[in-house]
Design a protein around this ligand. Structure first.
Ligand code: CA2
Length: 145
């Protein structure tokens, strides 16, 4: 079986495509999952999408990924800017971690300019819309080769 990439998504991203399309576009999280699966397949990987509105659930999933996955793509959503606990969990993961933001966080409020997750991430994509996930998958294959 192809090596697994966990695609983790933080709070409120379950609403993707249903609210604030001017910021996050019209694609749903299900669309993101399909795009990731296609992008993963094209580079000999497979992906599993996970979303939670709960910090602890995301941390548990990072811990699980230590046993099951060769890489993590994560859009931590608002936890990006607040969660030392999620950063600490990601620090325990051996393998590439890529951070994705649908919007350009640097063009938005000051509090969104700081990312705790970036202290661990091997790369960051922001402002490419949901296309950022597929781009991250391509980069993941290079980092794993
Ligand atoms: O741009 C991104 O991907 C963000 O991670 C999205 C987070 C935000 O807190 C970050 O600063 C940047 C917000 C996710 C909320 O997702 C929604 C999607 C549709 C409707 C409402 C919220």
């Amino acid at each position: 079986m192809a090596p697994l990439i966990k695609v983790l998504n933080g709070p409120n991203l379950n609403l993707l495509g249903q609210r604030q399309p001017e910021l996050y576009g019209y694609d749903t999280l299900e669309d993101v999952g399909k795009a990731c699966a296609e992008a993963a397949k094209s580079v000999g990987l497979r992906s599993e999408l996970f979303q939670s509105n709960h910090e602890g659930a995301l941390i548990d999933m990072v811990h699980a990924a230590r046993e099951t996955s060769v890489g993590i793509i994560i859009n931590p959503a608002a936890l990006t800017h607040t969660s030392v606990a999620l950063l600490d969990a990601l620090q325990t993961f051996v393998g590439p971690v890529l951070e994705v933001h649908i919007s350009n966080i640097h063009k938005r409020e000051d509090f969104r300019h700081k990312s705790y997750v970036s202290l661990r991430a091997d790369g960051v994509i922001a402002g490419f819309g949901v296309q950022g996930y597929a781009l991250a998958m391509q980069r993941m294959s290079i980092l794993l080769s």
